[in-house]
Design a protein around this ligand. Structure first.
Ligand SMILES: [Zn+2]
Length: 143
């Protein structure tokens, strides 16, 4: 069930910092939606096509994108997925009928995607190795 609530978030105007809004436990700051709504939307977006998600949740696709970004950032927190990598796999997936590509790096030990970026060139992969850095690169095992 999806609840609809109405609440006026308190705003405080500070002469030094400007306007600050109250933090509430049921929503992320800057969001008009509850955490439950955002989690539900993100789950639906993983399992369904664009049209289904926008119809079910009665929100636009750009809003779905913003929600996904907030949820992923919130769920990942301070975790750096590139830490403690030993065995990785690199693959590319295509979309728009093989006109566009995404390079994906997975951690084979944890079975999770740890990095992804648009493109499939050496420059795309260089972005990954730049993000990884030399110390974490040294911990990767070679077959
Ligand atoms: Zn202030």
């Amino acid at each position: 069930m999806v609840c609809r609530i109405r609440y006026s978030i308190r705003r405080v105007s500070c002469f030094d910092c400007g306007v600050k809004v109250e933090a509430v436990p049921w929503a992320q700051s800057g969001s008009r939606f509850t955490r439950t709504f955002e989690m539900h939307t993100t789950y639906l977006a993983q399992q369904n096509d664009k049209t289904t998600v926008t119809k079910l949740m009665r929100i636009g696709w750009t809003t779905v994108g913003k929600i996904i970004h907030r949820v992923v950032a919130d769920q990942l927190g301070d975790i750096d997925r590139l830490d403690n990598l030993r065995l990785i796999g690199i693959d590319e997936i295509s979309y728009r009928r093989h006109h566009e590509y995404i390079t994906v790096v997975v951690d084979h030990e944890r079975g999770v995607v740890v990095w992804a970026a648009k493109g499939k060139s050496a420059a795309t992969l260089k972005q990954f190795f730049d993000a990884l850095g030399p110390q974490r690169l040294a911990k990767l095992s070679s077959p």
